[in-house]
Every structure is written in C-alpha cells, then in structure tokens.
Design a protein around this ligand. Sequence first.
Ligand code: KIV
Ligand code: NA
Length: 264
Amino acid sequence: TRRTRTHHLQEMKTRGERWPMLTAYDHSTAALFEEAGIPVLLVGDSAANVVYGYDTTVPVTTDEMLPLVRGVVRGAPHALVVADLPFGTYEASPQQALETAVRFLKEGQAHAVKLEGGERVAPQIAALTAAGIPVMAHIGFTPQSVNGLGGFRVQGRGDGAEQLVADAIAVQEAGAFAVVMEMVPADIAGQVTRKLTIPTVGIGAGNECDAQVLVWQDMAGYTSGRTARFVKRFGNVGDELRAAAAAYADEVARGTFPGSEHSF
Ligand code: KIV
Ligand code: NA
C-alpha cells in the first residue's frame, strides 16, 4: 500500500467515508496505530502534557517536538504524519510560520503541519500552502489560547457560532486541507461540515464531522484520573502496563525471573 496523502482524505469526504486520526509521539505506538489502520497520525503539541508533563501546551518548543516527529515518521511508513506548530512559533507573521513549518518538514520529515486559529491565521495558512506545505487548521477551542479563552470551554455557542463558521470558511479559503474542530456544539459542527468542501476532524464536536481525533492515551485508557466529556476509553492500557511492571518487579524480588529459559 501507498502512503496516505491529503487528496485521499478529500476523496473520502466526497465518498462519505469517515476516517480516524490519533496522536502519536514515538516510533512504537506509531507502528501499532498504522497496523490498526489509522491513516493519519498527529504529533500533537499535547506532547506538552502527555510526554513532557507540562500543565498546558503553551511551554512546549519546536526543539522538543522535532525528535518525536522523526520517531513517528519512521514508525509509520504509510500514515500521513501531521505535526503541530507550537505556541509562539507562527503567530507573529507568515514568515515566522514558514520558517517553523520548514523545520518540521526538513528536520522532522513531517508531511503536513497543524496550527491553531481561524481568520487570524489565514495569512499564515496561505503562505505555507503557497510554499507547498499542507496545512491542517484547528478552530473552536484552541488549547494554546487557554489563557485568553478563560479556561477549557465549549466554543461556538450562541453568538460564537457565527465566528466559528467564519473561521472555518477562512481556513478553507486560505488553502487548509482539513480543519480540526475542538469542543463545539454538535449541530454547529455538522453545519460547518456540510458547508465546507474540505474534511472536518472533530474532537468534542459531535458525530457529524468527516473524521475524528483523540489523544491516544485518552483513547486507550493509558492516562489515569478524570478525562474530558468527549473522551471515550477504548482500552485499559494503563492498568495493563502497571500490572506488567508490578509482576516484573515481584518476580525480580522473588528471584523467579530470569528463569533458566531466559539464561545462557
Ligand atoms: O495536540 C493535540 O493532540 C491536538 C488534537 C487533540 C487535535 O491538537
Ligand atoms: Na494540538
């Protein structure tokens, strides 16, 4: 099989086929997700939280993201790998966005980049697209702006619906190949999905988007504790891994591992 390309996603929208996207941050999980049939992998700046342990995505840097991107690309030879541009690396100007995106393609070998914002980043999206860099947009709740948005809040409610639609149209017109919609009411996300010709990717955006995305640790039950309402746990990887580590620790302490069959 060949590598997934942006035009394949466009064709799936035309055919009415839904597709899944997952985050990935390393080689081994990327390989597993590709085997599972995930066509698009996002090296999200959620790495700030799940890889580096920051409270928000604000602190993570390009230098922290690039090694993760390289690992994912090598692990998933058939996936379309999208990398998030970190906060502060593209907002200032189209020139700044281009310099950062080029690093993600050159040094990270990503196939596309994602950035947050609608109308306000349309010039950046246009500049990247003109330079041959596919761009996935991200509107609705945009975590890099958590401090400006007043916390983790549903966007596009009431008067906000008009702005959300305007943002969706702006990113499509600027050349984005797809748009993530995060934490927006399902009916608004459905309206946007029908209005746009490019695929919409929902996270907390109801069931009418063309595609869905989740942070893999949330999807697989790797993280413990409270998760957002929009998360569904499809596994208990965290429990499995903790149990495996505890069993290993126990056998080492008791001296039953390694056995003669593991010895030379
Ligand atoms: O960083 C991330 O993981 C994301 C997705 C959840 C859309 O941006
Ligand atoms: Na992100």
